[in-house]
Each structure stands twice: as structure tokens, then as C-alpha cells.
Design a protein around this ligand. Structure first.
Ligand code: EPU
Length: 346
């Protein structure tokens, strides 16, 4: 086992802040995951599983435990009995966007709208990644994990993974218990792209029939315009993506929000008697503008929901600004924003 001590974590995250990991282990196989987890358990030290680091805030003092960096690779394509479906069996350390590109080029539909999302495959079931009208929950067939309590590899179906908006059993009821090693995705072979999201529809003529490859490329363009695509030299993408979840509020709260703002917010579907509102809209209505900053921390110049490290920011500064935003939204609208990225070492 090749343990590294005091490994800086900031360069392994898209936000680029935070201190080192006391111990760090790169794992390339399930056996190495088992070994690393056993080692942490034996020494009674906490363990954190790091994938692409794209949805993570590391504290300035770092993480006093073992960071397992998941570097398991491999994509297996398994034809199914039914000709219109195909199963992709993907190791957790694979780069998500490269995998999406592989599927669209293969003519397999189901995740084309999730193009351009930074991070690795293993992170996608944990927070049920979703964008532009798709969610991984609807195409995941099975999630293979290492159960640190039972010390065994087990597999969960989508139903057993308990997916809801940005949530699964892996980041809620069973948080910290399972390490994702592989995900099976069932995609539609020869299926048509999903064109549900208005931003995406706008890019194509009403009677157009774009290919999966074209839709994935269009999604990356939209993301890039919002600073939500990792592009070398783009200052707005040094972020953790959306910093807050879009809050789900009871229908009755809508009237107050509308009368306080003097205009009604756009809403997304969210169960009966509930509405999901864009956090970015609430933040703007609470007085924050794109591009505004507090020292080295800023709001992206292209999307109000992304907090950006403008160079040399600390985790503390980022959380302070986030707290200022949360307090302002709460006091204006009575809505409590929940942070979206994972935090470690706090
Ligand atoms: N809006 C603003 N100001 C902005 C941007 C957006 O007011 O600067 C308002 C507008 O009303 C706009 C609405 O927010 O119509 C929605 O904006 P957008 O389409 O950019 O989506 P979002 O709700 O801000 C969510 C996800 C994103 C995902 C997009 C597209 C969450 C927390 N975020 O953002 O996911 O890419 O939809 O589907 O659900 C992420 O999780 O890191 C992430 C980027």
C-alpha cells in the first residue's frame, strides 16, 4: 500500500482551496479500496472518498484522516437481449464527460444532457447528478459499492439507491458507509435525445432532429456560457458548480416570495403542493449581482449560483460569503438555502 502523507488537496479540486490530507491513497482496484478502508478502520481514523473533486470544499486545515482517491478505470459495453437497450458497466474513476461522449458517439441515449459535467462516474449516483432535463437516477441499473460496515462488496438497484433531487442513500441515510466502485447504466440504443429544457430547445429549430452528439455539444456550449464547463484559463470555472441547491418550498410560500420580490420566480416541477425555485433567482433578488466579490471570493460573472475562487481564496472566506448570501435570502424570503457541495475537514 503506497500511502502518501500530507498530500495537498486543493489542486485535486475544481475550487482550489483547502489544506492537505493527513494520509492519501490512490486506489486502482477494488482490492486496494478494501485495503485502504481496513487500514483506516484499524487505526481508527476517518476516511473520505475523493473522485473528481468538482463538488467539494476542503477546509483550510485540511483533512485529518485518510483520503482514498478513486482511480478505478474501465468501460464495458454489454449488449442486452433487447436490441434497443445497451448496458454500460463503468468503473468509478472514469471521467464522466468522456464517458458521456463515448455513449453519444455509440448512439446510446439517456445521458446526453449531462455532458460537460466535471467529475468522475462514481460521484454521479451519490448526489444523483442532473442537468438540462435528465438525471442519472433514471438510467442507473445498478450501483456496486464496498460496504465499510459489513466489509463486503454489494450492489444496489436504482430503487434501492433511493434517489431524489441531488440525493441518494449514499449521501443521506447511509452517508460515509459505502464506497462506489462501479455503476451500470442502461441506455437506449438508437434512442432520441431529450430536448425538454428551454435553454436547450432554443438552440435548435422547432422542426430540427439533432443527433445525440449535437445535443451533447450544445449542452457543453450552454455550460461554457454559464462558466459551468472546465475550460483552461476561464476564471469563472474555478468553482464547485452550483453552490446551493434549488430550494423546494410549499406552494403557500410562493405568494410571499412573489409579493416581497414584486415579481414571481420561475419554478420547476417538484411533487404535489411544492415548487422548486432557482436559488440563483432568490440570490439576485436578495441583492447580489454576478461578478460581485468579497476579497478573493466572488460570484461568477456568468451564473449567480457559482461561487468562484478568484485566486488565493481560503475556504473560510468562501464559507463566510456563502453565509452572508444565505442570511440575506433567509431574511428577505424566509427560505433557507442548503449548500450543495460536500465539505470536509470542518
Ligand atoms: N438564474 C438567475 N441568475 C443566473 C442564473 C440563473 O436568476 O445567473 C435563474 C433564472 O431564472 C434561470 C434559472 O435560474 O431561468 C435556472 O438557471 P439554470 O438553467 O442555469 O439552472 P439552475 O437551476 O441554476 C440547475 C442545476 C445545475 C444544472 C442546471 C441545468 C442545481 C443546484 N443546479 O441549475 O447543476 O446544470 O440546473 O439543468 O440543481 C450543479 O449541480 O453543480 C449544477 C451546475
Amino acid at each position: 500500500m503506497h500511502l502518501i502523507e500530507n498530500k495537498p488537496l486543493a489542486p485535486l479540486t475544481t475550487l482550489g482551496v483547502g489544506g492537505p490530507a493527513r494520509y492519501f491513497l490512490e486506489t486502482r482496484s477494488e482490492e486496494e479500496i478494501l485495503e485502504g478502508s481496513a487500514w483506516a478502520q484499524k487505526h481508527g481514523i476517518p476516511l473520505f472518498v475523493l473522485g473528481g473533486g468538482s463538488n467539494l470544499v476542503v477546509s483550510d486545515k485540511g483533512f485529518d484522516g485518510l483520503v482514498l482517491h478513486i482511480a478505478l478505470h474501465g468501460v464495458e459495453v454489454i449488449e442486452s437481449e433487447s436490441a434497443d437497450q445497451v448496458l454500460f458497466r463503468v468503473a468509478a474513476g472514469e471521467d464522466w464527460d468522456s464517458f458521456v461522449q463515448q455513449t453519444v458517439e455509440a448512439g446510446s441515449a439517456g445521458i446526453e444532457c449531462l455532458a460537460g459535467i466535471p467529475g468522475t462516474v462514481g460521484g454521479t449516483p451519490v448526489q444523483n447528478v442532473g442537468a438540462y432535463g435528465q438525471e442519472v437516477a433514471s438510467v442507473i441499473e445498478r450501483v456496486r459499492v464496498f460496504d465499510q460496515e459489513e466489509r463486503a462488496f454489494v450492489e444496489f438497484s436504482a430503487a434501492e439507491s433511493e434517489f431524489t433531487y441531488r440525493r441518494s442513500r449514499f449521501n443521506s441515510t447511509d452517508k460515509g458507509r459505502y464506497i462506489v466502485t462501479r455503476v451500470d447504466f442502461r441506455l437506449q440504443h438508437g434512442g432520441s435525445p431529450t430536448l425538454k429544457y428551454a435553454d436547450l430547445q432554443r438552440l435548435f429549430a422547432a422542426d430540427a432532429t439533432p443527433t445525440l452528439v449535437e445535443v451533447a455539444a450544445a449542452v457543453r456550449r450552454i455550460r461554457q456560457n454559464k462558466g459551468m464547463l472546465l475550460v483552461e484559463g476561464d476564471a469563472d470555472c474555478r468553482s464547485a458548480g452550483s453552490f446551493f441547491k434549488n430550494p423546494i418550498v410549499p406552494v403557500q410560500a410562493m405568494q410571499t416570495i412573489t409579493s416581497v420580490a414584486g415579481t414571481s420566480p420561475p419554478t420547476y416541477d417538484a411533487g404535489p403542493n411544492e415548487r422548486k425555485i432557482p436559488a440563483a433567482w432568490l440570490i439576485e433578488q436578495a441583492g447580489f449581482t454576478k461578478g460581485s466579490s468579497r476579497g478573493a471570493v466572488g460570484i461568477s460573472t456568468r451564473h449567480t449560483l457559482a461561487l468562484v475562487n478568484r485566486g488565493g481564496a481560503t475556504a473560510e472566506e468562501i464559507l463566510e460569503f456563502a453565509e452572508e448570501i444565505r442570511a440575506a435570502v433567509a431574511s428577505r424570503f424566509g427560505v433557507t438555502l442548503e449548500m450543495e457541495p460536500v465539505q470536509i475537514g470542518f
